[in-house]
Design a protein around this ligand. Structure first.
Ligand code: MN
Length: 248
């Protein structure tokens, strides 16, 4: 029988950037799953869960750890959804099936506690960064993704390292504001999907933005933070959505 209680809630995370170089982040993620996510009814992962994802055939210790955690949640009755980001765009059906999770397209509108919520990774709204937008077009092309997946794992690993270096050096010289969302793109997203609430990550600028649209309509944009020295999550329950951080 389906029922809901006041304690029912859903959690949202993004930009964990799990990688072998940061065992402290992996540890924080495991703790978050075991202590917090197990109590939620739904967990929405909004992109860049991993700093890189070489393909669902990757059998690295990190990929195994991730699968183990997500399976633990789904077996415990938590419904887990995964949206990919610009780092883990090669995460696909095979992995989500193995973890008993559901892949979510970007963008997606979900209905939660009588409210429609728009979910995005966030990078599609960063249109001022022209260089990044053309790169995004390439990596989001299914044919290009298949070409990548056909390469041996070792070659994909080398490409991922190269891309990461390239992104790091390019971002170091970019003006702060071009790496944030473009205001008009945010408005467009609200209009297109007819929602009052948007949750996304990617920009690493955790905040709750209140946007006055008309006298009656107030739009809210919740931005998740990346897990670096702190972890971030959003909790949604009946009549309340809140942004939280914790030390690790
Ligand atoms: Mn991202």
């Amino acid at each position: 029988m389906a029922f809901s209680s006041p304690a029912d809630h859903s959690l949202f995370i993004s930009d964990i950037h799990l990688c072998e170089q940061r065992p402290d982040i992996s540890q924080a993620f495991v703790e978050f799953c075991t202590r917090q996510a197990t109590k939620a009814s739904h967990l929405y992962i909004l992109g860049d869960l991993c700093d890189a994802w070489l393909g669902d055939d990757d059998n690295s210790p990190l990929a195994e750890l991730l699968q183990q955690q997500l399976l633990m949640l789904s077996k415990g009755g938590v419904k887990v959804f995964i949206m990919v980001g610009n780092r883990d765009f090669l995460m696909g059906n095979e992995f989500s099936k193995a973890c008993n999770c559901e892949l979510l397209p970007d963008p997606s509108v979900i209905k939660l506690y009588d409210q429609s919520i728009l979910l995005m990774h966030g990078d599609s709204m960063c249109t001022a960064d022209k260089e990044y937008m053309s790169f995004r077009k390439i990596i989001r092309d299914p044919a290009m993704q298949q070409t990548l997946l056909n390469k041996p794992l070792s070659e994909r690993r080398a490409i991922a390292t190269m891309l990461r270096e390239k992104s790091r050096s390019a971002n170091a010289t970019k003006a702060e504001d071009i790496m944030d969302v473009t205001a008009s793109e945010v408005t467009k997203a609200f209009d297109q999907h007819g929602v009052d609430v948007l949750i996304h990550g990617h920009t690493h600028r955790p905040a709750v933005h209140h946007i006055q649209s008309t006298d009656e309509i107030k739009l809210k944009r919740y931005v998740l933070g990346d897990w670096d020295s702190k972890g971030w999550y959003i909790k949604a329950q009946q009549n309340q959505i809140s942004l939280h951080s914790f030390e690790f």
